[in-house]
Design a protein around this ligand. Structure first.
Ligand SMILES: [Zn+2]
Ligand SMILES: [Zn+2]
Length: 167
């Protein structure tokens, strides 16, 4: 979706709102998060004297897998980012907002970029997820009842006795 920021305003207008939906189900945004449902984006554009301010609001939901317990969970994304497009930005080789020298903004690219930045590198089902039981491999939350003692390898047990005798 390309929007020319110079031509989007009608005569006398200096504010414009654009809404768009994107299908990012096939995009490789994150290894552990998939955006199966449409991603909603709202662009609020304001024309100033020399600059155009762009406020991007994104609402999305991702299906994620927890980095500790591997459980699948949904994560909501709802955030706003602001950008200012000035004549100087148009000449930058890597501007923070994907706009070319003709004021053409690649909205899809912008939403994709901001969503990628918003996905944490470590996704957890909850902040204090205890992870998996080292004995049976089930989530610790399920109270599998394994005894921590079972964790020790019998061969290590002998070693432990030897070390204990040393004291
Ligand atoms: Zn978890
Ligand atoms: Zn267990």
């Amino acid at each position: 979706m390309l929007v020319n920021l110079n031509k989007v305003f009608s005569r006398g207008e200096n504010e414009k709102q654009l809404c768009a939906q994107f299908d990012f189900s096939g995009e490789n945004i994150s290894f552990d998060a998939v955006f199966r449902q449409p991603v909603n984006a709202v662009l609020d554009l304001k024309k100033g004297r020399d600059e155009i301010s762009v406020t991007l609001s994104i609402k999305a939901v991702a299906q994620c897998s927890c980095a500790r317990c591997l459980k699948l969970f949904e994560k909501q994304f709802d955030f706003t980012q602001e950008f200012v497009v000035t004549p100087a930005i148009l000449t930058e080789s890597e501007p923070e907002i994907p706009v070319d020298s003709n004021y053409t903004l690649d909205v899809k690219q912008l939403v994709l970029q901001e969503l990628s930045l918003a996905v944490p590198s470590v996704l957890l089902c909850r902040e204090d997820c205890p992870g998996l039981c080292p004995v049976c491999g089930r989530p610790l939350e399920e109270n599998c009842g394994c005894q921590p003692r079972q964790r020790t390898d019998p061969r290590l047990e002998i070693l432990k006795q030897l070390l204990d005798n040393d004291d």
